[in-house]
Ligand binder design. Sequence first.
Ligand code: HEM
Length: 450
Amino acid sequence: MVKIATKSIPTARLDGRFADLRAFRADPPTQLRKYKKKFGDTFHLDLIFQKAMVTSNPEVIRHVLQTNNKNYIKDLAYRKLKMALGNGLLMNEGESWMAQRRLAQPAFYKKRLEGLFDTMVETTGRFVSNFEQHRGSKTSINITSEMNIVTSDVALDTLLGGNRYGDNIDIQQTISRSQKYIVRRIRYPWATPMAYINGKHRQFKNDLQRFDKVVYDIINKYREEKTGGENHLLSMLFEARDEDTGEQMSDQQLRDELITIYVAGHETSANALSWTWYLLTQHPEIYERLKDEVRSTLGNRRPTLADLRAMPFARQVMEESMRLYPPAWVMGREALNDDEALGYPIPKNGIVIVSISNLHRDERYWENPNQFDPDRFAPERTKERHRGVYMPFGLGPRMCIGNNFALMEIQLIIMMMVQGFDFELDTEHLVVPEALITLRPKHGIKVFVK
Ligand code: HEM
């Protein structure tokens, strides 16, 4: 039985003020921070086409994402992703999601992931050798594009092992084009009919078909030949059986999970890395400390799993970077039934936007919240921190399944890049955050490589 909620919620109203609306669309995290300052950690946002409750209150967040998570499904913006991701873990709901999560979870156990470490080192090593061409160049390079290349390669190699080679379709380009199309559909819903007229929708459908063909060919080939070794996620998902029923995933479900893992896994990590370089190149003393740790531990040799644990500062840098620039900066939910959280009413079909970016910079929990200070994540200070105020990977049962994968991958890439190169920020290049499903630098971040 839901109690009658009494607390009123202030409204940040954008209707009628197109300048506000434009500012909001241009840089949502900054605008949300301004509203929080004005209205507190929980407020309604009236976006003309949509009204939502935005919250960065840890108790309300816990209620929505964890305690009463069964009352919530992913919101409309997320649901648009279904066009490409189908019923993969990110989009699935209810019993079907639970069964899939149970099936996929073992592939992401720490021990199983450790089996992917050598592939990650191999792939990153190849990337680093290729990256050598940029050293000493007078022209700055877009490190964001580069980070997307390496994380896409790591995702494909660990997902498919040797199975992806020999296919002459560029998976990355096809998916990236589809992603852009979906993002436009979310951002400019009124332009959807145009996409049907100007051929963009047909192009999207064709891309998906091409992609599906490649994936189904890979699945069939794997079924027949069991190629590519066993140390990749495809084989783990392929062999996964439900504990109770003994059932395996259908081909359609395998396809949906593969594309979901690829999409959910590579751009988020690339953004985390990209923001890390941005922060490091602006904080020379922290950058020096990191270099010292990496270079004194590794010298010129390739990293091992044990090295990850032997470099606590590298981990702190990565955690602090995801505090300031959380790649998944909001999580949207829709209520199935009337609810209340901490006295705030949440009506049936009401939208709740969990603002991770506001939570991560809340001065009640973080001293000098806008300052880059990796020492906040030193073990003794982590122990003192208020619970539930840091969640780059979300919270509750829908929490990121790939969090350990991401932490291992990001730390490894930082280590191998710092081991070989020095970076200097190209300050002529304007860095503009762009926030839709993920938070990324709109035109990338540019650096000189030494
Ligand atoms: C820095 C990197 C990453 C960040 C910040 C991140 C963040 C998140 C967050 C916040 C969620 C929860 C979304 C919600 O509750 O609405 C999520 C879900 C998910 N992530 Fe990640 N992620 C990262 C990397 C990865 C990687 C590397 C993979 C796969 C290898 C992955 C696969 C997934 C999947 C499949 C889900 C859906 C889980 C479910 O609902 O059962 N993510 N991620």
